[in-house]
Design a protein around this ligand. Structure first.
Ligand SMILES: *[C@@H]1O[C@H](CO)[C@@H](O)[C@H](O)[C@H]1NC(C)=O
Ligand SMILES: *[C@@H]1O[C@H](CO)[C@@H](O)[C@H](O)[C@H]1NC(C)=O
Ligand SMILES: *[C@@H]1O[C@H](CO)[C@@H](O)[C@H](O)[C@H]1NC(C)=O
Ligand SMILES: *[C@@H]1O[C@H](CO)[C@@H](O)[C@H](O)[C@H]1NC(C)=O
Ligand SMILES: *[C@@H]1O[C@H](CO)[C@@H](O)[C@H](O)[C@H]1NC(C)=O
Length: 340
C-alpha cells in the first residue's frame, strides 16, 4: 500500500498549512555492519517469511544484535512507509549505503564518503534524498579534528569523525543539511566538533539566507556531565577555538545579516508539544526489553534560528518490533519542517 494512503502525505500537509514547502527529515544511526556476511539483498528478499504466519513467540531473543543482512529490509520498509524527503544516516559502511540505495530505489540518490580514507573505507554519514522532491546543488565533507580538510582524527577521539554538508533546493527554496556523528569517547572532540559545525552553520545561514538544519548522533545527551556539544550548540557555553584555515574558507561576512541571538534550536523543543510523538530516548542499545539503563536521547535535529522555519511534527520511532529483531541500536528520529 502506498504510504500516502496511510499517513498524511507531505503534499497534503503542505496544503493544509497554507503556502510553503514542507520537508520530512529523518536521522538514523544504523549500527555498522559488525557481522558481515555475503548474503545478497536478493537472497534476503526471497527468504522473507510468510507475513500471515503468526509468530510462535513475541520478541524472541530481543537482546542481541543481528547481522545487517537481517536488518536492512526492515530499515528500508520503515523508511519507505514514512516517506521522508531527506534521510541522514550514521555509521553506514559502504555495503550498507549500497544496499539502501538498492532497496529504496530509483527515486533516491545519496552523497557521502567513508570517514577513514575520504573514499569508501570506514563509516559514512551519508545524506539520502528523494530526488523528485529536492534537487541537490552541491555537497562536501570535512573532518571534525584540528585539520578539517585532511583525513584526520582528533587526538583523544576513538575514531575518525566527519560532517557531510548538502545544499538542496525545493520548490524555489534553498536549504542546507549537515549530517554528523560525534565521538563516543572524547567530550573534547565533541566540543570541537560542535564548534566547527556551529561555525559552518553560521556561514551557511549568513551566505545563503536559507534554512540550515544540523542532524545526527551527538553520542552525548542534552543534559548531564558529558554534554559539551549540546551546550555549545544551544549557546549555553562558548565554542572552543577551531582551525583557522577552516574559518577563512568559511569566512562569515563582516556585514553579517545574522541576528545577534543566532542559535541552533532543538526541534524536539520547537515542535508543538501535542505533535511530539513516540519515544524520548533515541538510543537503546541491544538491551533486553525493559532494561532501560543504556537509554538516552543523543540523536538530534537542530534548525538555525535566523529564519522562521517551523517544526510541525516530531517522532522518535521504534526500532524493535514483535519479531525481536532490533533494526538498529538507535531509533529513527523524523521531523516535519515547514520552510519559510
Ligand atoms: C564472503 O565471500 C568471500 C569471497 O568469496 C570470502 O572470502 C569470505 O570469507 C566470505 N565471508 C563470509 C563472512 O562468509
Ligand atoms: C518520492 O517523492 C515522490 C513525489 O514527488 C513520491 O511520489 C515518491 O513516492 C517518493 N518516493 C519514495 C520512495 O518515498
Ligand atoms: C588547519 O587545517 C588545515 C587543513 O586541514 C591544515 O593544513 C592546517 O595545518 C591546520 N592548521 C593548524 C594550525 O593546525
Ligand atoms: C538558491 O541558491 C541558488 C544558488 O545555488 C541561488 O542562485 C538562488 O538565488 C537561491 N534562491 C533563493 C530563493 O535564495
Ligand atoms: C531573537 O530575537 C528576536 C527579536 O527580539 C526574537 O524575535 C527571536 O525570537 C529571538 N530568537 C531566539 C532564538 O531567541
Amino acid at each position: 500500500m502506498r504510504p500516502s494512503v496511510l499517513i498524511l502525505s507531505l503534499a497534503s500537509l503542505t496544503s493544509l498549512l497554507g503556502a510553503g514547502q514542507c520537508i520530512r527529515l529523518t536521522t538514523w544511526n544504523l549500527r555498522y555492519d559488525s557481522q558481515p556476511d555475503n548474503t545478497t539483498v536478493a537472497d534476503t528478499l526471497s527468504a522473507l517469511p510468510d507475513r500471515l504466519q503468526e509468530p510462535t513467540s513475541f520478541y524472541p531473543d530481543a537482546s542481541r544484535e543481528r547481522p545487517w543482512s537481517s536488518r536492512r529490509v526492515g530499515v528500508a520498509a520503515l523508511l519507505e512507509f514514512q516517506a521522508p524527503t531527506i534521510i541522514s544516516f550514521q555509521e553506514a559502511l559502504f555495503r550498507q549505503v549500497q544496499d539502501l540505495k538498492e532497496l529504496l530505489g530509483a527515486d533516491w540518490d545519496w552523497v557521502g564518503i567513508g570517514r577513514d580514507d575520504g573514499k569508501a573505507r570506514g563509516e559514512f554519514s551519508p545524506i539520502f534524498f528523494n530526488k523528485t522532491l529536492v534537487q541537490l546543488k552541491s555537497w562536501d565533507t570535512f573532518w571534525l579534528s584540528d585539520t578539517p580538510f585532511d583525513v584526520s582524527k582528533y587526538p583523544s577521539a576513538g575514531s575518525y569523525r566527519i560532517c557531510t554538508v548538502a545544499h538542496f533546493s525545493t520548490g524555489g527554496k534553498n536549504l542546507t543539511v549537515l549530517n554528523t556523528h560525534f565521538d563516543d569517547q572524547s567530550d573534547d572532540q565533541r566540543r570541537l566538533a560542535a564548534s566547527l559545525i556551529l561555525h559552518r552553520a553560521r556561514y551557511e545561514a549568513a551566505t545563503t539566507g536559507a534554512s540550515v538544519f544540523v542532524n545526527g548522533d551527538f553520542n552525548s545527551p542534552a543534559e548531564g556531565t558529558d554534554n559539551g556539544a549540546y551546550r555549545i550548540f544551544s549557546g549555553r557555553i562558548p565554542p572552543v577555538a577551531i582551525n583557522s584555515t577552516f574559518t577563512s574558507k568559511f569566512a562569515i561576512p563582516s556585514k553579517s545579516p545574522l541576528p545577534s541571538n543566532f542559535t541552533m534550536l532543538d526541534t524536539r523543543g520547537t515542535t508543538p508539544r501535542s505533535k511530539v510523538f513516540g519515544h524520548f530516548a533515541t538510543y537503546t542499545g541491544f538491551s533486553k526489553l525493559g532494561v532501560t539503563s543504556p537509554y538516552g536521547r543523543i540523536d538530534f535535529v537542530f534548525g538555525a534560528s535566523h529564519v522562521n522555519w517551523k517544526s510541525v511534527a516530531y517522532k522518535a520511532d521504534e526500532a524493535l518490533y514483535d519479531d525481536g529483531v532490533y533494526l538498529s541500536d538507535h531509533r529513527p528520529v523524523t521531523v516535519d519542517l515547514l520552510l519559510p
